[in-house]
Write a new protein. Structure first.
Length: 246
């Protein structure tokens, strides 16, 4: 396993955001995470990525306990993430936004330019390399965020609701890019997403959270018929999902 969490809990004051979350992600897979608003999905990402420590439990990355490490330290050993709200430096060019990612990832000075060029080529961003990030559309902004992650030479890429705000066509295109990253760069992907059909389509396994607890962890198609998932997450959505599949 490239990523494991063992008994992860997180408390903010009186709020129990996560409770005993166990997670295992295999090298090379695309792993999905879903759940209603407030379920603890982004909190789990923040704990894994070192944004803040868990109240209890451990995070294991590639066999190493990284629970006490800071974000930049975790990034520099191969784990990178994007954010639910797009995070770029609007006055910087696409090239320089990727440079920020490379620098955060701790690349040696001699490798920085090569890594930026590789990321631009891999995600087909050369046509916008000199544009300021403020001039990009949402879809391209999300690609730039991923390029900045890939330029760190990450082995695990975590995407926090990357499909939010995209059109149907852009969603399809974005999923192809994620598969491209997974299959051709050999990067393991963990993706949080509310669009359940898209998550089922791209993920090999899915974990569902509700009020900070794991209520499902397994085959993507199984969530369509799992009674607890339907109750707390889909509601009457089972019918809607069946109708969409017709």
């Amino acid at each position: 396993m490239i990523l494991e969490t063992k008994g992860i809990s997180k408390v903010f004051g009186k709020l129990q955001a996560l409770l005993d979350v166990d997670l295992q992600v295999a090298q090379g897979e695309i792993f999905g995470i879903a759940g209603p608003n407030g379920a603890g999905k982004s909190t789990l990402f923040n704990v894994i990525a070192g944004t803040f420590p868990p109240s209890t439990g451990k995070v294991i990355f590639d066999g190493r306990d990284v629970t006490a490490l800071k974000s930049h330290q975790i990034c520099r050993i191969g784990l990178a993430r994007t954010f639910q709200v797009p995070q770029t430096f609007p006055s910087l060019s696409v090239y320089d936004n990727i440079r920020v990612g490379v620098t955060f990832g701790g690349a040696r000075q001699a490798r920085i330019a090569d890594r930026i060029e590789q990321a631009l080529d891999f995600l087909d961003l050369n046509s916008v390399r000199d544009l300021e990030a403020s001039n990009l559309d949402l879809y391209t902004t999300k690609l730039v965020m991923m390029a900045a992650c890939l330029a760190t030479d990450c082995r695990l890429l975590m995407l926090d609701e990357p499909l939010a705000g995209l059109s149907v066509t852009e969603i399809s295109d974005f999923l192809r890019v994620v598969r491209h990253i997974n299959q051709n760069a050999g990067t393991t992907v963990v993706i949080i997403e509310h669009i359940l059909d898209s998550l089922i389509e791209i993920s090999e396994r899915i974990l569902i959270l509700d009020t900070g607890e794991v209520i499902y962890n397994g085959d993507p198609e199984g969530i369509r018929t799992d009674a607890r998932v339907i109750e707390v997450y889909l509601g009457d959505g089972q019918v809607a999902l069946e109708e969409e599949d017709r």
